[in-house]
Design a protein around this ligand. Structure first.
Ligand SMILES: *[C@@H]1O[C@H](CO)[C@@H](O)[C@H](O)[C@H]1NC(C)=O
Ligand SMILES: *[C@@H]1O[C@H](CO)[C@@H](O)[C@H](O)[C@H]1NC(C)=O
Ligand SMILES: *[C@@H]1O[C@H](CO)[C@@H](O)[C@H](O)[C@H]1NC(C)=O
Length: 493
């Protein structure tokens, strides 16, 4: 074969590789929930809906084990709080890779990427991870090389879109944020030298949330607002933001570094702009645009993306806003919140999680006879809301239309369900009562918690960890022995 046909074949295989790497849609699987769905249920949910990739925030063993032989490609994450240890000693990185990559690959988990940290340069972290992120990345890469995995597992750092900006708002003027520019360029060079990728999380919802003058239509994908940049017209902030990154990379000599969208999505509750209609409009607009394969003006072609998020997480910090617990395309119990065509076998309707069992149809509410001026009322509401989840209460949220009594009931019920309907969780002094009549309204759902006991004990339970059935057996013996234990059994303890 001549030189020319060689390069044609090479070019073609690179193209095929790029196209395959970029095809298929992924999802973020977060686990900051009080009642996680069993890992095998989540993996089936991903597969039933045609997802081909999944992104994890740590190497949770239940999740990783459930992904064995699933056929799903995995981006496995390293939490920020592990960065300093991985940065300080390459041995720690080698152990991490051995335990959390090699052993799973050997058992049929298709790990494609390791995400080192998660948005470590967010301004709210006060530069806490500035010194450790890059050394941790380098040590993880060395460990992957040593383990013989560097050709199949690539490193990346999921970054928040605030690491770059454009002084003029025109994407073509994009560059990295001045205070961390040198660091980012060193990271980008390292990723480029090692076949890594730039992962970025882009949130049009946040643009709308933080800027009251942001044109709402520009957050979505159906036109109605645009920004001109030379010969290019941007009709949505996602493409403009993405191309600001492409320009920043190109300006610094890395215009062809692959980009992955690590998180993109829209929440359904907890803010005036967060509702199922807007979430569906955004996510479907994005999916339709993505499936067209046209890409952006500065990066035509398919794009590798992970939706944020698969399932709601009721224990996420609400410091960024009350919407933070409502990013899922599925609710806490794996039921779809709206129709979404992912361009996969799902053909327009999301398939709900299978094999979910619920606690009894029982709710905890404010007693009809309770007085709203009862002194015990304010501290009870505060207690319930601080220990459960009241993010669906508030201006223009799903339960924002409740009256004061409804509000109180909502808080009480949230606490009761989060505590697995334990009797003492509905004992607000003289104020609460359980009922079998569903207090839900047309928009406001008073949830019944899923029964996680049969699968894995909830994190908040007396016995920690995911030790079932061992822990339940122990617990059984414990109770049994406590009351009427034959001495030969007692001897076991
Ligand atoms: C593997 O990952 C888990 C979950 O992120 C973590 O707790 C554990 O420390 C890691 N193992 C090693 C050896 O670093
Ligand atoms: C960051 O710094 C600010 C101001 O110095 C402080 O109020 C805040 O608590 C710090 N946050 C963290 C996460 O350290
Ligand atoms: C219900 O509670 C929310 C959140 O605490 C509050 O914003 C709202 O004003 C309350 N509604 C009524 C009618 O008291």
């Amino acid at each position: 074969m001549g030189r020319r046909s060689h390069s044609v074949v090479l070019g073609l295989s690179i193209w095929v590789c790029l196209v395959t790497a970029g095809s298929g849609i992924g999802a973020n699987w977060g686990t900051q929930t009080s009642h996680p769905l069993p890992a095998d249920v989540v993996v089936r949910l991903l597969k039933d809906n045609g997802f081909q990739k999944v992104k994890l925030f740590d190497a949770d063993s239940a999740s990783m084990n459930a992904l064995k032989k699933s056929g799903l490609e995995v981006m496995v994450g390293i939490p920020n709080d592990m960065l300093s240890s991985l940065a300080s000693n390459v041995k720690n990185a080698e152990e991490w890779v051995s335990k959390n990559v090699s052993s799973y690959i050997d058992n049929g988990v298709l790990i494609r990427y390791v995400a080192v940290g998660n948005e470590p340069f967010l301004e709210t972290y006060n530069n806490s991870f500035i010194g450790t992120t890059f050394p941790a990345l380098q040590n993880v890469q060395s460990a992957l090389i040593k383990a013989g995995l560097s050709s199949r597992v690539k490193v990346t750092i999921p970054l928040n879109a605030d690491v770059y900006q454009s002084p003029t708002e025109r994407p073509s003027d994009g560059d990295f944020r001045a205070d961390i520019r040198d660091l980012i360029i060193n990271i980008v060079k390292f990723l480029s030298d090692n076949g890594g990728v730039f992962t970025v999380n882009i949130y049009p919802f946040i643009s709308l949330y933080i800027d009251p003058n942001f044109p709402p239509a520009y957050a979505f994908f159906d036109g109605g607002s645009s920004v001109a940049d030379g010969a290019i017209t941007y009709t949505n902030v996602f493409e403009a933001n993405h191309d600001t990154l492409v320009s920043a990379l190109a300006r610094n000599g890395y215009g062809t570094l692959p980009i992955i969208i690590g998180e993109i999505g829209w929440p359904t509750d907890g803010n005036v702009n967060a509702n199922p209609a807007n979430a569906q409009k955004f996510n479907q607009g994005f999916m339709t645009w993505l499936l067209s394969g046209k890409g952006t003006a500065l990066r035509p072609g398919p794009m590798d993306t992970y939706l944020f998020s698969l399932i709601d997480e009721d224990e996420k910090s609400i410091q960024p806003g009350n919407f933070e617990r409502h990013w899922g395309i599925f609710a806490y119990d794996g039921t779809p919140k709206y129709a979404l065509n992912l361009g996969t076998s799902n053909s327009g309707t999301l398939v709900k999680a299978r094999g979910i069992s619920y606690l009894e149809r029982k709710w905890c509410v404010l007693k009809a006879s309770a007085s709203l001026s009862d002194k015990e009322l304010p501290p009870s509401i505060t207690y319930a809301c601080e220990n459960a989840d009241c993010t669906s209460l508030g201006y223009m949220t799903s339960c924002g239309g409740l009256d004061v009594r409804g509000n109180v009931s909502y808080a009480f019920n949230s606490y009761y369900q989060k505590n697995d309907q334990e009797e003492q969780a509905c004992r607000f002094p003289g104020l609460s009562v359980t009922t079998t009549t569903d207090p839900s309204t047309s928009t406001c759902k008073f949830n019944i918690m899923i029964d996680t006991f049969g699968a894995a004990p909830p994190k908040s339970s007396l016995f920690p960890g995911k030790l079932f059935p061992a822990s339940s057996v122990l617990l059984f013996f414990f109770y049994y022995c406590f009351f009427s234990c034959p001495s030969f059994l007692l001897a076991l303890f």
